[in-house]
Design a protein around this ligand. Structure first.
Ligand SMILES: [Zn+2]
Length: 238
């Protein structure tokens, strides 16, 4: 079974002066992408569904896909959620534990955007949206000392677990940066899955702590979106 996982950041108009305009996908682009997925028979699943499948305990729908959003911007609720619901789709959002309810303080040179607060998160959880950890402070994990890496992974898992009322099982490495060691620490800290950025699908043998995600940006044309999903399914075996 091939599983595509998509990664988005902000679903919003690109504000003038943005340093990283690629991190935006406009509401119109996003709506068109969801319409494409619906039209082609995709069903959104969550990471728990996939983990159960990988243990051999359950089947997946014919065309499963996981939609993910990094950083937890408030626009995910205001703009993306209504569109997701229109198609009956779900998603997983990776939160930066120490900045919940604040702004993207880790990129000080970028326009500051509000992040989801605890109320947003609980209300979204009730509608079926899932959450994972994007560490405590959006840290460069590969550059930290082991004790600091473990602290980032553990404190975020504890704080978010308390907020969500259930264990956090999925980790998203900030900036896509990680090493072999990071993967060991992730497992030690209690994560069952981790996500990276790589333009590939996941197969039944992909390491669960290195699940690949296809980046979707403001430059992703409708043709590119469709072509990536097609070509990665049929032409890239592993
Ligand atoms: Zn991030």
């Amino acid at each position: 079974m091939k599983l595509p996982i998509l990664v988005y950041h902000k679903i919003d108009r690109i504000p003038p002066g943005s340093r990283y305009p690629k991190n935006y996908v406009t509401p119109e682009q996003f709506a068109a992408q969801l319409a494409y997925l619906a039209r082609h028979g995709y069903t959104t699943i969550g990471f728990p569904d996939y983990l159960v499948y990988r243990r051999g305990e359950r089947r997946l729908p014919r065309r499963p896909i996981i939609l993910t959003f990094d950083d937890g911007y408030r626009s995910t609720r205001a703009i993306a959620l209504p569109l997701l619901r229109q198609y009956g789709f779900t998603a997983t959002i990776f939160l930066v534990a120490a900045y919940v309810g604040k702004t993207n303080l880790w990129d000080a040179d970028e326009i500051q955007e509000p992040l989801l607060d605890p109320t947003d998160i609980r209300e979204m959880q009730e509608t079926g949206i899932a959450f994972g950890s994007h560490t405590a402070t959006h840290a460069h994990l590969a550059a930290l000392r082991p004790v600091e890496v473990l602290r980032e992974l553990r404190t975020s898992r504890e704080q978010l677990g308390a907020l969500l009322g259930k264990p956090v099982t999925v980790l998203c490495y900030p900036y896509g940066e990680y090493t072999r060691e990071t993967l060991h620490f992730a497992r030690d800290a209690g994560y069952e899955a981790g996500v990276i950025v790589r333009r590939r699908m996941n197969t039944d043998t992909t390491d669960l702590l290195e699940l690949r995600r296809i980046p979707i940006t403001s430059l992703t044309s409708p043709g590119r979106f469709a072509w990536d999903l097609f070509r990665l399914r049929w032409f890239h075996g592993s």
